[in-house]
Design a protein around this ligand. Structure first.
Ligand code: PHE
Ligand code: ZN
Length: 884
């Protein structure tokens, strides 16, 4: 029943809550199947006219109400209304104490929102609307309170009892139960509440803040895993230092705890003083984690820690403002990683991720503004747009006002809004006040969906020695939004002469001359003229990716080759190489589709040759240069595409490169010594990444020699990164070698769920053999489970987004397989199923026969009455965008 729509929440309907709740005291009597939660609230009606006579409405879902009292007196049944989604008390005094007692069943909570059990422990997830599954409460971020929490449980099974803030008391009962009391002195909304109870090993440390406060740091992990938290602890301390040094922000409690859990819907959660992490983003050592894992752990530990200011001390007024904390915090963690590692490499990786996840979202049926106008399920709005595009907007802002002014603005924002729930207007107000820059049009970045397109056409006139550049920007229509206006775009530029040397140019009719230009474009079109230009320059645009746009230029192949070889900005060097690769791949795809023998230009091989010759200078950067755009990226460039054609083109070009560059790739590959001692440093990781990029291309040759190299690499590997590099290589061949390696891998790591996720992922993404059959086999593998989100993503997510030609099989069986998985997951975890459902978004880019099959598959899913609201919201939007 596609008609069974759920009512959306709209930004324009925002009303402040009529009551304030200064204090809340919670008592948790923990029991896996029947936990009793007693809540005592001190409530005051707000002293405004509009608050007069308002009923007290509390959210609450799936709670078994045992009692409700006002000022110690039971409330009669006719004086309250208990509905599906909450409790309403029609007439309440202006100031009173409310006590409710409810029973909940954490063991039955498979949706992992609210209080649930993971591996025999209690834990919570309250963002965005999980708290209403725990107790009756106005579950919205603008209701902020002081929380006092008492946790009681049997000591033998649950030795650690944790909540937010500082531990203020502990005690024991005679019956083997014990308790701990926690007080969080900082006002917070319910989504930042957390509770954990269970048995853990811990890794402890201390941090002294700039002002001399000593903070006890503790990471709680599975028994035996403490040594795998060392890297996360180190990242935490570096994050604490960084936020003091760069943003001037200190930590504000006596303790900071992190808990790793194995069942978690997202990456991690910034609960005040008690961060909860998906163990995949916390645990690492060289034998079980790849370099990508280390990098992600560093970034996510920092991200959650940084939320202490951008999110917790200053929170969001409503969920429409989500990017206020998420975009800003992603920006902060990106800057942190850039400072810890290589800034250029970090920027390229961030842009790659933006293009892989956010650009398609922004150009398809799920496109929405960074500040949406409405939503059905807020869990569905934890998107790449809110996070990554949100971070790009912050970066645009920083580029427009300059780093120092930006930091002053951020400082003012923190100071002005400390302890409150703020809006994007509050943020912009602080920025404008501190910088004096009016930032005209910046709101449109928040309100307009769609990736702006920037066209830059340069024209050199040798006779007059003038260079003219015409810029034109436009933002495409997106579902429900058309006629968009310009957005402020900082255009970072430089010029290079025919010899590749940087050129200083002079702006016409001025005496402004410079090597590097920053043009703040604040209009639909803009024309720049430079005078006295002796030779035709090549323009380097959007250096460092100075704004999140799709750039179209009139660069010739030769211009791109020159920038790829000579640009002083590593981003543009990489980007130019990618552009050459994209052009090559698309033209090969066209030839193949037309049954013609592709005629491959030599620019790409030459660019790769240049990269390899220079590999020693920056191995991590070279490794990025050597990776061709993947099929999903190509799908975005070709409307109504055939993914198998794009895959064939990619395979064709890769095997050609492997053949042409065999000597260079082999030489570069051979430099790597698999026996060298492990270091997690960015530099060491760069060497591994370079080896991996070489092996990956070498394997594209399909030769036995390459397969043996991959096999040798696998058995010589001393760390997980090299092991996965080798498995990836072997997966290009399939056959006995690949399966022997997979079996050895499984045997060695069968008890480590995080490593087994990699075993699933590599197979789900493998192009060899019959990928769909592989998927189906793994689906019934005894170690597959629908209940663990990491496992579901490692198989379903990896197959649907990492194996596009198989997912988009022309017979529709790939769609069917994923639809079946979504239906199964949806019955236990709607938020996870909905997220998995977003993979169908790519169907809006495939050709008509495929779209029709996808639409029919979705129709069947949407016809299920039982489908969760989460999954229904995502799938019906995608459905509406597909060709019938
Ligand atoms: N707020 C979390 C973050 O740091 C993400 C999250 C959202 C986690 C919802 C769980 C549930 O990005
Ligand atoms: Zn976040």
């Amino acid at each position: 029943m596609r008609t069974q729509e759920h009512i959306p929440v709209r930004l324009q309907d925002y009303r402040p809550y009529p009551f304030s709740i200064s204090h809340v005291s919670l008592v948790f009597d923990l029991h896996p199947t029947r936990t009793i939660v007693t809540s005592r609230l001190i409530i005051d009606r707000k002293p405004h006219e509009w608050a007069k006579g308002e009923a007290l409405q509390l959210d609450g879902v799936g709670l078994d109400l045992l009692s409700v009292e006002i000022n110690g007196q039971p409330v009669a049944a006719q004086d309250y209304h208990l509905g599906e989604d909450g409790l309403t008390l029609k007439s309440v005094p202006d100031s009173f104490k409310l006590e409710t007692k409810v029973a909940i069943n954490p063991a039955a909570n498979t949706a992992l929102s609210g209080l649930y059990m993971s591996a025999g422990r209690f834990c919570t997830q309250c963002e965005a609307e999980g708290f209403r599954h725990i107790t009756f409460w106005p579950d919205r971020p603008d209701v902020m309170s002081r929380f006092h929490v008492r946790v009681e449980a049997p000591e033998a099974d649950f030795p650690s009892l944790l909540s937010n803030g500082n531990r203020v008391a502990i005690g024991q009962y005679d019956d083997g139960r014990h308790w701990a009391a926690w007080d969080d002195p900082h006002l917070k909304p319910s989504y930042l509440f957390a509770l954990v109870a269970g048995g853990f090993d811990t890794l402890e440390d201390q941090f002294t803040t700039r002002s001399g406060r000593t903070v006890d740091l503790c990471i709680y992990v599975d028994k035996g895993a403490a040594s795998r938290a060392i890297y996360a602890m180190d990242a935490l301390k570096r994050s604490m230092t960084w936020d003091e040094e760069v943003f001037g922000r200190e930590y504000d409690l006596d303790m900071f705890n992190i808990v790793a859990v194995s069942d978690f819907n997202f990456g991690a959660m910034e609960n005040k003083g008690l961060n909860i992490f998906n163990s995949a983003l916390l645990l690492a050592d060289e034998t079980t984690a790849t370099d990508a894992d280390y990098e992600a752990i560093e970034a996510v530990v920092a991200h959650e820690y940084f939320h202490n200011w951008s999110g917790n001390r200053v929170t969001c007024r409503d969920w429409f403002q989500l990017s206020l904390k998420e975009g800003f915090t992603v920006f902060r963690d990106q800057e942190f990683s850039a400072d810890q590692r290589s800034r250029a490499v970090k920027r390229i990786k961030d842009v790659k991720a933006l293009r892989a996840r956010q650009f398609p979202e922004d150009s398809g049926p799920l496109a929405h503004p960074v500040r949406p106008k409405s939503y059905v399920k807020i869990d569905n709005f934890y998107t790449a747009t809110i996070y990554e595009k949100g971070a790009e907007i912050i970066r645009v802002l920083q580029t427009l006002v300059g780093r120092d002014a930006f930091l002053e603005g951020a400082n003012l924002y923190f100071d002005e809004n400390d302890g409150t729930a703020a809006t994007i207007e509050d943020w912009l107000h602080a920025m404008r006040t501190a910088t004096g820059n009016q930032l005209h049009g910046i709101e449109r970045w928040y309100d307009q969906a769609g990736t702006p397109c920037l066209e830059a056409i340069s024209d050199y006139d040798a006779a007059t020695q003038k260079l003219t550049i015409r810029f034109q920007q436009s933002t495409p229509d997106t579902p429900g939004q058309s006629s968009k206006s310009w957005v402020p775009l900082p255009i970072s530029m430089a010029f290079f002469g025919p010899d590749g040397a940087p050129l200083q140019l002079r702006l016409a009719e001025t005496d402004i001359a410079a090597d590097d230009w920053l043009i703040p474009m604040a209009s639909t079109s803009l024309e720049l003229q430079f005078e006295g230009v002796a030779d035709r320059p090549v323009v380097s645009y959007m250096r460092g990716f100075s704004a999140p746009v799709r750039l179209i230029t009139n660069h010739s192949d030769a211009d791109l080759a020159l920038l790829a070889a000579c640009d002083t900005d590593p981003f543009v060097r990489w980007e130019s190489t990618q552009t050459i690769a994209r052009n090559t791949l698309l033209s090969v795809a066209q030839s193949l589709a037309a049954g013609r023998e592709p005629d491959v230009r030599q620019d790409l091989a030459r660019a790769f040759q240049g990269a390899l010759a220079d590999a020693a200078r920056d191995p991590a950067f070279t490794a990025l240069l050597l990776r061709l755009p993947d099929v999903s990226e190509l799908m975005q460039l070709q409307p109504l595409c055939d993914p198998s054609n794009l895959l064939a083109a990619r395979a064709f070009v890769r095997s050609l490169l492997a053949e042409q560059l065999d000597a260079e790739l082999s030489a570069c590959f051979a430099i790597y010594d698999p026996a060298q001692a492990f270091s997690a440093s960015a530099q060491a990781a760069g060497q591994r990444a370079l080896m991996a990029a070489c092996l990956d291309l070498l394997c594209a040759s399909g030769t036995d020699r390459a397969a043996m190299r991959a096999e040798n690499t696998f058995f010589a590997a001393r760390n997980m990164t090299d092991m996965m590099t080798a498995l990836d290589g072997l997966s290009q061949f399939g056959g006995a070698r690949y399966h022997a390696a997979l079996a050895a891998f499984k045997q060695r790591f069968t008890d480590n769920a995080l490593v087994m996720d990699k075993w699933f992922r590599v197979q789900a993404m493998a192009l060899c053999e019959d990928p769909l059959q592989t998927f189906k086999n793994l689906r019934v593998d005894p170690s597959f489970t629908l209940l663990n989100p990491n496992r579901v993503r490692a198989l379903g997510g990896a197959f649907a987004s990492g194996n596009p030609a198989a997912f988009h099989r022309v017979d529709g069986t790939g769609y069917q397989a994923i639809a079946d998985l979504i239906a199964d997951v949806d019955s236990t975890n709607g938020a996870l199923a909905a997220r998995l459902g977003t993979v169908f978004e790519s169907c809006s880019r495939v050709n008509e026969p495929r779209q029709k099959l996808a639409k029919r598959t979705l129709q069947v899913l949407l016809d299920r009455n039982s489908l969760s609201a989460n999954t229904r919201e995502i799938l019906s939007k995608i459905y509406d965008g597909l060709i019938a």
